[in-house]
Design a protein around this ligand. Structure first.
Ligand code: ADP
Length: 238
């Protein structure tokens, strides 16, 4: 009996030892691969950020050369301004979950306008990323829409660095950036700019027969706004 038990356990031990060894080795290899995958993931995420940044800068440069010749291509279509604003705000709320971005829409359901929705969204996105960038993380950004007789107005209000009166004019110029302007809240690739964003916003809105502006107090904050003609008040859309 003793001999039988000795032999059998020896036989059983051999595959067990091999299974144990293989399992330990596999676990170790998975751990190593996981850390390699984590490193690869980090590198890919960084590459993705750089690609986004380059993409935006190239878009800015393309837009600027087109806008100089009034050649920004617009595909106008009947749209609801409230829907464009709601979607763009939601997109930013999703991208910056740590920030408070409020939205105040007029009670009436829709605001009919005839615009290139992607371009209007681009303008609002630019205002929003600037507002988030030049105000600190705990400060809210408020977006509101109002409707007048002939125009609708979209405003983005921040409690950020604010701008002096001469800067309030110059920021709409090509390549102008406020000297020493401090980015108070990290916005990833949006931190970097060529001073083209607001120039392009102005070109887009003016090509839609609207206007842009800013009210600001240094150290208190800024409200950037744009207006667009209501669809009913447009006689000959271009
Ligand atoms: P950039 O892409 O370089 O930020 P913009 O044309 O969007 O260029 O903005 C031009 C300059 O206007 C910025 O460099 C910044 O100094 C100033 N600016 C824009 N938005 C704000 C804001 N909400 N608060 C304070 N300064 C702002």
């Amino acid at each position: 009996m003793d001999e039988f038990l000795g032999m059998t356990s020896h036989e059983l031990k051999t595959p067990l030892t091999s299974i144990k060894g293989n399992t330990q080795l596999t676990v170790r290899q998975i751990k190593n691969s996981l850390s390699a995958f984590e490193k690869m993931q980090g590198m890919l995420e960084s590459t993705e950020r750089q690609v986004k940044l380059l993409d935006r800068l190239v878009d800015d440069l393309l837009d600027i050369s087109r806008s100089q010749e009034q050649l920004l291509e617009l595909s106008l279509a009947p749209c609801d301004l409230n829907a464009i604003v709601r979607e763009t705000v939601q997109e930013q709320q999703y991208a910056r979950p740590n920030r408070t971005i409020t939205l105040d829409l007029p009670a009436e359901g829709t605001i009919p306008i005839s615009v290139d929705a992607d371009r209007i969204s681009q303008v609002l996105r630019n205002y929003l990323t600037n507002a988030l960038k030049y105000s600190s993380g705990e400060k809210p950004v408020r977006v509101s829409v109002s409707k007048g007789q002939e125009n609708a107005r979209v405003s983005v209000q921040d409690e950020g660095t604010g701008l002096f009166p001469d800067e309030q004019t110059k920021i709409w110029e090509r390549f102008y950036r406020v000297e020493g302007a401090e980015v108070l809240s990290n916005a990833g690739s949006a931190n970097v700019g060529l001073g083209l964003g607001l120039y392009i916003c102005k070109a887009i809105i003016e090509q839609h027969h609207g206007s842009v502006g800013v009210e600001s107090t240094p150290g208190v904050g800024s409200t950037f706004w744009f207006t667009l003609p209501l669809a009913s008040s447009i006689e000959s859309p271009s």
